[in-house]
Design a protein around this ligand. Structure first.
Ligand code: NAD
Length: 476
């Protein structure tokens, strides 16, 4: 397969060019390098119609066969890691090593999801009756993914939706459509026509999808702001929704950590994928007794990291993915500068109109709790470091936030760390652990970080509705 050109949508198992095209920019160069189809409304209608037509036969396909096909899709992705890696780096900006991890994770995630069983719950079984609840598919799922992990986050939707017997219309971000279009192309030879349709387009396509009367459920990953629009649009005909939204995760470092050992781990918890991770550390709270040495160790480690084109050997952090996000992160840095906060590293943003969207690693020293950099989700390589005195105080500061996606606690005392973790109002807490999403565990946000979950049995069931059968026991 050619991964450098010929980007087509997949509708009803066929390659479909756009009625128009949209340019895709390589963020390391700030210049377009390819075009993707710009799906028209009529083309979206045909994708939804194809998914609807394919649904009854797919839902009736034995579960074991659906699992096997999802597993096979995962394998086909693993067989195409090299080509997909190059392409993902070109459109997303992340270093090749991170692009490869994402693609391998996508293949393995689909394979893991294909092993999760759809439960049947027997609520009563007595002399009079059997009451049994099973989980049946919803129909056509409209899936919308963001640009930070276009492939992995699509896999979180494709696997459970298809295993449970739904069909799908998948829409990647206009900033990163190409590798997802290639996944559609790979799937053409594996899945029956219409089961997985992939469409790409501009800003209208998302609202068309969420408002489409032929769609039964929206599975959305993206910002909280957009998530609220999705929910409003989906309300018109009571579409089911799963919303995986933004975060402002706190990392809490207890006084007993080994400063030298933990500095690089904390750095990567915040700066992996150039800070563009929903569950990245976005606020770092360090106990006052170790604030100075830990901050010095993190600055020293960060200063050694090479920021550059993700396609170049040795690059550890790539560019920001797109211009609007670059401008957003830049405005947070400018705000910190205007308010006179102390920069431990970085803070100088070049004013470039055409070159790549590179941003220096920026560490800010103890900004106030009400500053923009503490209150807002930065989603870029900028991190506020703050000192705290007591556990009660830091837990209150961490929870004083509209988001509730994830967080982390760092300590040599596992029990003490777990105790703090349990007090955090977030869907996931990592304890001395890097960000890890298990295919077998629920992942979702509290508060404005989302509705519903992905992963595990709970995530699988988000693509189903219940049907309870109440059967009278026949006399023996
Ligand atoms: P975004 O909300 O701008 O876009 C996400 C997707 O929604 C894109 O495909 C976009 O084209 C589409 N879209 C835009 N407007 C729409 C509308 N009105 N209706 C329907 N679809 C629309 O988000 P982004 O900038 O691509 O991603 C970054 C955000 O995503 C961050 O806030 C991050 O925290 C969040 N995120 C959350 C998770 C999670 O699992 N909770 C994972 C990754 C990213």
């Amino acid at each position: 397969m050619d991964f450098s050109s010929d980007f087509t949508m997949t509708i009803d198992g066929e390659a479909v060019a756009g009625d128009a095209t949209l340019e895709v920019v390589n963020p390391a160069q700030g210049a377009a390098f390819a075009t993707a189809p710009d799906c028209s409304r009529a083309q979206l209608d045909s994708a939804v119609a194809a998914a609807k037509t394919a649904f009854p036969a797919w839902a009736a396909t034995p579960e074991a066969d659906r699992r096997a096909l999802v597993h096979a899709l995962g394998q086909a992705i693993l067989d195409n890691v090299e080509g997909l890696t190059q392409l993902l780096t070109r459109e997303q900006g992340k270093p090749l090593f991170e692009a490869k991890i994402e693609i391998v994770s996508m293949g393995k995630l689909l394979q893991a999801q294909s092993t999760i069983e759809i439960p049947v719950h027997v609520a009563e079984d007595n002399a009079h009756r059997i009451v049994e609840t099973r989980h049946v598919p919803l129909g056509v799922v409209g899936a919308i993914s963001p640009w930070n992990f276009p492939l992995l986050l699509s896999a979180f939707k494709i696997g459970p939706a298809l295993v449970t017997g739904n069909t799908m219309v998948l829409k990647p971000s206009p900033f990163t459509p190409l590798s997802t279009l290639k996944i559609g192309e790979i799937a053409r030879s594996i899945l029956p026509p219409g089961v997985l349709n992939v469409v790409s387009g501009g800003d209208d396509l998302g609202p068309w999808l969420t408002g489409h009367p032929g769609i039964d459920k929206i599975s959305f990953t993206g910002s909280t702001q957009t998530g609220k629009r999705v929910l409003a649009n989906a309300a018109a005909d009571l579409k089911r929704v799963t919303l995986e939204l933004g975060g402002n995760d706190a990392a809490i470092v207890l006084p007993d950590v080994d400063v030298a050992a933990v500095a690089d781990k904390l750095f990567w918890s915040a700066f992996g994928n150039n800070g563009q991770i929903c569950i990245a550390t976005k606020r770092l709270y360090i106990h006052e007794s170790i604030y100075e040495p830990l901050k010095t160790a993190i600055v020293a480690y960060a200063a050694r990291m090479k920021v550059g084109d993700g396609a170049e050997q040795g690059t550890r952090l790539g560019p920001i993915n797109n211009r609007p996000q670059y401008d957003r992160v830049k405005s947070l840095i400018q705000d910190a500068r205007e308010n006179g906060y102390n920069f431990l590293l970085g803070g100088e943003v070049q004013n470039t109109e055409s070159a790549g969207y590179f941003m220096p690693i920026t560490l800010i020293d103890n900004p106030p709790d009400d500053s923009r950099i503490v209150q807002e989700e930065q989603f870029g390589p900028v991190l506020p470091l703050m000192s705290y005195s007591t556990i009660d105080e830091v837990v209150a500061r961490a929870n004083d936030c509209a988001f509730g996606l994830a967080g982390s606690v760092w300590s040599q005392d596992d029990d003490a760390a777990v105790e703090v973790a349990r007090r955090l109002d977030t869907g996931t807490v990592f304890i001395n652990h890097d960000q890890y999403l298990s295919p077998f565990a629920a992942f979702g946000g509290h508060k404005e970080s989302g509705i519903g979950v992905e992963g595990g049995v709970e995530g699988l069931l988000e693509y189903t509705q219940t049907q309870t059968l109440v059967r009278k026991k026949q006399p023996a």
